[in-house]
Write a protein that binds this ligand. Structure first.
Ligand SMILES: [Zn+2]
Ligand SMILES: [Zn+2]
Length: 310
């Protein structure tokens, strides 16, 4: 049941296929098959209890807190990441601390922002940014209301997901989801390598196409927090059989991710299902075997090139 609850528009569809490499899974499926999958999984979610009004604190340290909850009929994990630390300013050898920054951001916007907004207000955080991993309906279902409720918050999405965002209301109808439109001029375009600052937190944008053309993961390196959207999950990876999906790009994106300096204790916050860590996924996620091997070869080749250049 749990596996079905969190599949939907995200993970590779067949759980048994987790025993096979990702590239054998995809490519033979048609869109209508994918839609049938998603609808079946939505009915499973509808029978579950998504009625909680609570946010779960998923990670907390001295200067950052991550809270989240599954939202909507596809149980999309929306997160709020808040900076608890004081802003620092250096003058000569002296470091001054201003008031606590109390800045926060959403990762994706799957529902009305009221529960997140209430939690933020209760804890004294203010929303300054909305970071979208991609424009699929389950990830933007609450975006219109979020923009209207928090007009001061800038919204960020990769430029290659402009079409995905504009098609979300129509695509959502396929799954009986009502999505109110958000227009591209309301969004800030981001590219691979951009860094988005939220208080003292720095979110690096990693362009990871494959699930859709403009998919982005957000990596907060200092605290080893990785927001994976629908690219990487506990024990599996994102599906590539929806419009804009591409299995070769997914493979390359996984190589790109596994080439980053990700510690074993780096927490992965996926778009669906439970959090996990890179240490765990390196050991148990069979879909990562080939990307990890290729990433190792790339890193070794680069090190060799650097050694020769010196
Ligand atoms: Zn999703
Ligand atoms: Zn998606």
């Amino acid at each position: 049941m749990l596996r079905l609850l969190h599949a939907g528009l995200c993970r590779s569809p067949a759980s048994v296929s987790a025993l096979r490499p990702a590239h054998t899974l995809v490519g033979v499926r048609t869109l209508s098959q994918a839609v049938r999958d998603v609808r079946a999984q939505m009915s499973e979610v509808a029978q579950s209890t998504l009625k909680s009004t609570q946010l779960n604190v998923l990670f907390e340290s001295a200067d950052v807190v991550v809270a989240g909850r599954p939202t909507g009929a596809l149980a999309m994990n929306q997160y709020m990441v808040a900076c608890k630390a004081r802003a620092r300013a250096r003058h000569g050898s002296l470091i001054f601390f201003s008031q606590h920054t109390k800045q926060a951001c959403f990762i994706d916007a799957g529902e009305s922002p009221s529960i997140f907004g209430h939690w933020a207000a209760t804890n004294g955080f203010s929303l300054s940014k909305v970071l979208l991993t991609h424009g699929h309906p389950d990830h933007v279902a609450g975006l219109r209301e979020t923009i209207d409720t928090f007009p001061q918050a800038d919204v960020y999405l990769h430029e290659e997901d402009q079409a995905t965002l504009s098609e979300a209301p129509e695509f959502g109808k396929t799954f009986d989801l009502t999505i109110y439109p958000v227009y591209w001029d309301e969004v800030q375009s981001i590219s691979d390598g951009d860094v988005l600052q939220v208080g003292n937190l720095r979110f690096e944008c990693l362009h990871t196409p494959g699930h859709c053309a403009g998919h982005v993961c957000f990596y907060e390196r200092q605290h080893q927090l990785f927001f994976a959207g629908d690219t990487l999950f506990k024990d599996t990876v994102g599906r590539t059989d929806l419009p804009g999906g591409n299995r070769d790009q997914m493979h390359q994106s996984l190589v790109y991710i596994m080439s980053q300096e990700l510690q074993d204790n780096c927490v992965i916050f996926p778009g669906h299902m439970a959090t996990t860590t890179f240490g765990r996924e390196r050991r148990f996620n069979l879909f990562l075997k080939r990307p990890i091997a290729q990433a190792k070869r790339l890193i070794a080749a680069m090190a060799s090139q650097q050694a020769q250049a010196q």
